[in-house]
Write a protein that binds this ligand. Structure first.
Ligand SMILES: Nc1ncnc2c1ncn2[C@@H]1O[C@H](COP(=O)(O)OP(=O)(O)OP(=O)(O)O)[C@@H](O)[C@H]1O
Ligand SMILES: [Mg+2]
Length: 344
């Protein structure tokens, strides 16, 4: 059983910048997902994309929050994730290429970074029904032909990402997803070998982690019902417990507050129970804590500025309210660096 004290002493070492990166395998493409909204998927995708050089960030969420971080006018883009995927599900449309855009062209905080993004579009809101219609049409075919068509559709995002990585000379890829499985998230699970799963410190987020684990393990789940010929199922690389808070009691600074502890224990139990779905067999390799961003998150979002560029005491006026970067930002920067150093 994974020991909570071990996780907490590692968090302390992370804050002090003396933790060894996690002994986990490395992958080129990660899908940041959980089946719940507002838990930190996009914030984590954005901040990790800043830390990883030679990176391609792919926005598959119709809300387009990640695209907005890179470019507030992203919706004027000629081509998007949707245009890359549509030809696989509605034959007749031309295949897209060179869709990725250089991030530094529209977000100056990325100056000098070899980093690209593929923008989202609100057309992705209806994509789940386009996909489901195409899968039902595939059922009219039989045998090898049917499986070949299903493979092509399920691996559409994977194929498109491979092409864009080659075209942009990038090696690392982060895919941000919507809170829903149906649609592009389904394809994102097949486009990656490993998932990074943010879980917020609340009961609904624990429930969504449990739902995600069932989706990966229950043969009747919508994910496992339509399988490619190689039976590809992504493993989970990390569960990132977000919005963590710490004790304010004297002498207990490195102890999580009661809420964080309760949900950390539940995460620990779920990870241990489903450990065969993780990239190693050791539960403590797969749980990290990320502090509540507080004012740092608000300023980062308002200015599209990576958290690792913020300094404590920096302030901004957001909707006529003065917001300050709190002193915990240094700890958060170290937590983000630790995740970055562990996954690539
Ligand atoms: N530790 C943390 N990690 C990530 N986000 C945090 C954290 N603490 C606070 N936040 C805040 O949580 C809010 C929600 O984050 P975000 O938009 O990344 O969630 P999401 O999961 O992508 O939501 P959606 O499902 O709607 O796309 C943001 O305001 C962010 O600043
Ligand atoms: Mg999001």
């Amino acid at each position: 059983m994974c020991n909570i004290d071990h996780l907490l002493s590692r968090q302390h070492a992370i804050a002090e910048q003396c933790a060894e990166p996690l002994p986990i395998p490395k992958f080129n493409t990660y899908c940041i997902c959980n089946l719940r909204g507002g838990i930190g998927k996009t914030s984590l995708s954005f901040n990790l994309s800043y830390l990883a050089d030679n990176v391609l960030a792919v926005d598959t969420c119709p809300q387009g929050n990640l695209s907005y971080f890179y470019n507030p006018n992203y919706f004027n883009s000629r081509t998007s994730t949707y245009d890359m995927l549509l030809p696989y599900f509605m034959p007749g449309f031309g295949k897209a290429s060179h869709v990725a855009q250089r991030i530094e062209a529209t977000n100056h905080f990325f100056n000098g970074h070899n980093a690209f993004y593929i923008p989202s579009t609100d057309m992705l809101y209806n994509f789940a029904s386009t996909m489901s219609f195409a899968f039902s049409q595939a059922s009219a075919l039989t045998g090898a032909q049917q499986q070949q068509l299903i493979d092509t559709m399920l691996f559409s995002l994977r194929s498109e990402i491979r092409r864009e990585l080659a075209e942009t000379s990038t090696q690392k890829c982060l895919i941000d997803t919507s809170p829903f499985f149906a649609g592009a998230t389904h394809l994102a699970w097949h486009a990656t070998d490993a998932l990074i799963v943010p879980v917020r410190t609340d009961q609904q987020s624990i429930n969504s982690l449990s739902l995600l684990l069932q989706s990966l393990s229950n043969p009747a789940s919508p994910f496992l019902r339509i399988m490619p010929s190689n039976n590809h199922i992504p493993k989970i690389q990390l569960v990132v417990l977000t919005h963590c808070g710490w004790s304010t009691r004297a002498g207990a600074r490195h102890q999580p507050n009661q809420q964080t502890r309760v949900y950390l224990e539940q995460v620990r139990d779920l990870v241990a129970r489903y450990i065969t779905h993780f990239t190693t067999s050791i539960p403590e390799n797969h749980i990290v804590l990320l502090d509540d961003f507080l004012g740092s998150g608000r300023i980062s979002t308002a200015q599209s500025k990576p958290i690792n560029l913020l300094t404590a005491g920096e302030s901004a006026t957001i909707q006529r309210v003065r917001v300050e970067v709190n002193s915990s930002v240094e700890k958060i920067k170290n937590q983000l660096l630790f995740i970055n150093n562990s996954i690539w």
